[in-house]
Design a protein around this ligand. Sequence first.
Ligand SMILES: *Cc1c(COP(=O)(O)O)cnc(C)c1O
Length: 369
Amino acid sequence: MQILANDLKRQYGLHAAEYEAKALEVLRGGWYILGKEVEAFEREWAAMVGARFCVGLASGLDALWIAFRLLGIGAGDEVIVASNAYIACVMGITINGAAPVFVEPDEYDNIDAAAIEAAVTPRTRAILAVHLYGQSCDMDTIGAVARRHGLKVVEDCAQSHGNHWRGRVVGSLGDVGCFSFYPTKGCGAFGDAGCITTNDPDLADRARVFRNYGSRVRYQNEVVGANSRLDELQAGLLRVKLTHLEEFNAERRRLAARYDAGLRGDTLRKPRIRPGADSSWHQYVVHLPGCRDAMAAYLKEQGIGTIIHYPIPPHLSQAYAYLGHKRGDFPIAERYAAEVLSLPMYNGMTEAEQDCVIEAVNRFVPDKK
Ligand SMILES: *Cc1c(COP(=O)(O)O)cnc(C)c1O
């Protein structure tokens, strides 16, 4: 049996007729950028998140850097972020000239919130809480540190659509929530898309102006903005996806529970979920100390695809050589980069496929050296 790490055709196939009807409706409508689909999607996404405002943007990276730009965070400022975060999280900080200050993850693969305070300096302006793999960060501790030091909290919810921290949906728990709708994300578009959520009317208003060349009235430009508009086709299709988000998340929770029950725990460590947190299971990430690459190679031989999220921690990326970090600076992130493996996980995955993965993983015997 051939099993892909992720198979986007499966999720599409679950509701193909609805996507196709909406796509034709938008194509035939003759209005393609920032229109009634975008407005409706913004309303519906804000309602799902439980935030007052949502502003559609062109990508998740744009959501991050535009959020920091509008919060006035740039050169000379520091932003705290997990050392095992995705590179885009760090780029969202550095595009504006601010410096990332890395804090190591804990056993839940998210930032160790108890270690944040020690990283605060007089230059710290914000904490970027990245809800990695679908699991929410410890937002109570993060919120408390932020309040003590007057810091902004920006949530990166790209992997955590519709997920909760203590019953509240992520993206409503900080000053700004940043979302990517890249096709692989929980509520994925059929191309690039993103948005921010916020309760701050001024910030939402400035984001709406900024995304369209800094223009509220055509050819009148208030600020130097960007072109980060959401198109009608993506917004329309995202509205369809959003009506199924709970069903998608429930299916992934069911798949995660089957992995939890079926996988033997002697060579691998299963994902841990923090008390108070939920996971939307964007990825099912196991830790395989000392045998990750051997496991990935073994599964590949069996026709099973896997992915590593992520093989190079941002501080060791060539892009961030200028920060001057070296191997050993963030040993937990470095260790995680060497031991994490994402098993196949997608909407529309069959139990037979999952059983095949579980059996193959359980059959693997690491070399005893
Ligand atoms: C996907 C992702 C992004 C970037 O989103 P794009 O839409 O690809 O720009 C940012 N942060 C995290 C955690 C992501 O997973």
